[in-house]
Design a protein around this ligand. Structure first.
Ligand code: CA
Ligand code: CA
Length: 525
């Protein structure tokens, strides 16, 4: 066994056959001297800021560990000097434990905190065909502009406040409780916390039914509590983003109540239709993901209103500029409080085709009830419309202008869209570098993989999931990865054995891109 302290840095590379080290400009290196002359560090930098598109071998990592019958070595060259790497480090050990084939040869930190101030995700993996990984953990140089790209370098940790930590023994997690847990969250290496909705809400859909976009629900605390939380988070050099639910309001929202009273200012905040056949039939056959028809009759207005989700969640009308203005006011309210970005909910449902055509049944629909089964239809009229992409781009522009006017760091926009087609997800990145949209259109493809039957879960299938994303990623896009969220079952119930969790987390954290982690998954909840 090699002793870490007795090994010079070159030795780390020697443990992997040198001809196996390859980057774009570096092939078949056969000596340490050659290796030293290569631009390997530059490659690392390019890779981690997203310009190195063909991920070197990360996509093969999982299948390597799973299927190799050889002893594998993992060599970690850890250039980081901060303490924010614990979660990642934990997972490297975890994978090796899980498969029982590997051995961590070395993990070393060669630079001091004086030399390097800024931390960085895992950046690169070099692999050979059967003996060793060389893994370099890297920190950006000091001139790297952290004000712009903070969200690329660190885990986004999703917290459901209601079930995180209760501070007043009413059985409901709250903001003051969360404040008490920041030491723990920071110790995981989390850079950004994302809170699911904490807005005032009748709570018919876990807070995704909002009755006041500019206040905190009393069950979680007050705006003052929230200000304290933001200060605490920022004092730890961490960031905070919040859920934003633009597609609809609660039916208890004053806008909808005013619309029901035919208040001319608010009627057009929502989407109304008289119905087909003189109102006897629904306007369209659309069925939403909550298993309801998307239209409900309002006796107050003698018309149907649209709701892509529950009937208590009427859809906002984004063809109305006043609604877009209202959303910008809401953004401004929370940004003025100091938050660092938003996770926009259900963006594929923002805008519907105003021709109101019926949607066709999909080819797998024959065993499904078309009155309740969302999956029975091809949602070509009610989802992923060009106007929805455009709206996301417009928000991106708004955030950039806000940041410029207020001398603020980059404001991140994460978007949620459950789509099985990778090319459609990529549309949310925007059109090009100048017309960007979402920074983090959440990549659910590993989640879909985990939902498969156990006998369909194998390394080659997973390899395809990873490479499909990487191949389709636009050159101006930055990757992101997650294993689950509040919308999926806990990961422990989706794996053939609990022991695989570490392996999957290692896989997640080794990818180029931002990792999103659902609270509690780090302890195998
Ligand atoms: Ca409480
Ligand atoms: Ca909508």
């Amino acid at each position: 066994m090699l002793s870490p302290s007795s090994i010079a840095r070159e030795s780390f590379f020697l443990l992997a056959p040198l001809e196996s080290l390859h980057c774009e400009d570096v092939k078949n290196i056969t000596s340490i001297e050659e290796l030293k002359k290569t631009k390997i560090d530059e490659q690392f930098v390019r890779y981690c800021i997203g310009e190195y598109k063909p991920a070197i071998v990360t996509a093969n990592l999982f299948s390597f560990f799973r299927f190799t019958d050889k002893q594998a070595y993992l060599i970690i060259i850890d250039k980081r000097s901060d303490s924010t790497s614990e979660l990642r480090r934990y997972n490297f050990y975890g994978l090796l434990d899980t498969y029982g084939k590997g051995k961590i040869v070395i993990s070393s930190s060669t630079l001091t905190s004086e030399q390097i101030k800024k931390s960085i995700n895992l950046t690169n993996v070099l692999i050979n065909q059967g003996q060793a990984f060389v893994l370099e953990l890297f920190q950006f140089s000091e001139d790297y502009d952290e004000s712009q790209d903070w969200w690329m370098r660190g885990i986004i940790y999703e917290i459901v406040v209601a079930s995180y930590q209760d501070s007043n023994n009413d059985g409901i997690g709250d903001i003051q409780g969360l404040r008490q847990r920041l030491d723990y969250i920071q110790s995981l290496g989390v850079k950004t916390i994302w809170l699911t909705p904490i807005y005032t809400s009748p709570w018919k859909d876990y807070g995704y039914d909002i009755s006041n976009f500019c206040d905190i629900d009393p069950r979680f605390g007050t705006l003052d509590d929230f200000r304290q939380l933001i200060d605490d988070v920022h004092s730890r050099h961490m960031r905070i983003i919040i859920d934003f639910v633009p597609n609809h309001t609660s039916n208890e929202h004053p806008w909808f109540q005013a619309a029901l009273r035919n208040d001319p200012k608010y009627v057009d905040y929502y989407i109304w239709h008289k119905g087909k056949n003189n109102g006897k039939d629904l306007p369209t056959n659309w069925v939403g993901s909550s298993g309801q028809h998307m239209w409900t009759f309002s006796s107050e207005r003698n018309m149907y209103y649209l709701h892509q989700f529950l009937d208590c969640q009427p859809d906002l009308n984004f063809r109305n500029e006043k609604v877009i203005d209202e959303m910008e006011k809401i953004f401004r309210f929370w940004l003025d409080l100091g938050i660092d970005g938003f996770r926009a909910d259900a963006v594929r449902h923002l805008i519907e085709n105003e021709q109101y055509n019926d949607e066709p049944l999909c080819k797998d629909a024959k065993d499904m009830d078309p009155n309740i089964m969302y999956a029975a239809y091809d949602h070509i009229e009610s989802a992923d419309q060009p106007g929805s992409y455009e709206l996301v781009r417009r928000w991106r522009k708004f955030f950039d202008e806000y940041a410029y006017e207020n001398n603020r760091d980059y404001i991140v926009l994460v978007t949620e869209a459950y789509i099985r087609d990778v090319k459609t997800v990529m549309q949310y990145f925007g059109d090009n570098r100048e017309e960007c949209g979402s920074d983090v259109p959440i990549n659910f493809f590993i989640t879909y993989y985990l939902d498969k039957d156990d006998d369909e879960k194998h390394g080659l299938e997973l390899d395809k999931v990873l490479s499909d994303w990487q191949v389709n990623l636009p050159e101006y896009g930055w990757s992101n990865w997650c294993l689950g969220s509040h919308d999926s079952h806990r990961i422990t119930s989706r794996l053939p054995s609990k022991e695989l969790i570490d392996g999957f987390y290692m896989l997640l954290l080794l990818q180029s891109g931002t990792a999103l982690i659902y609270y509690g998954d780090e302890i195998g909840m």
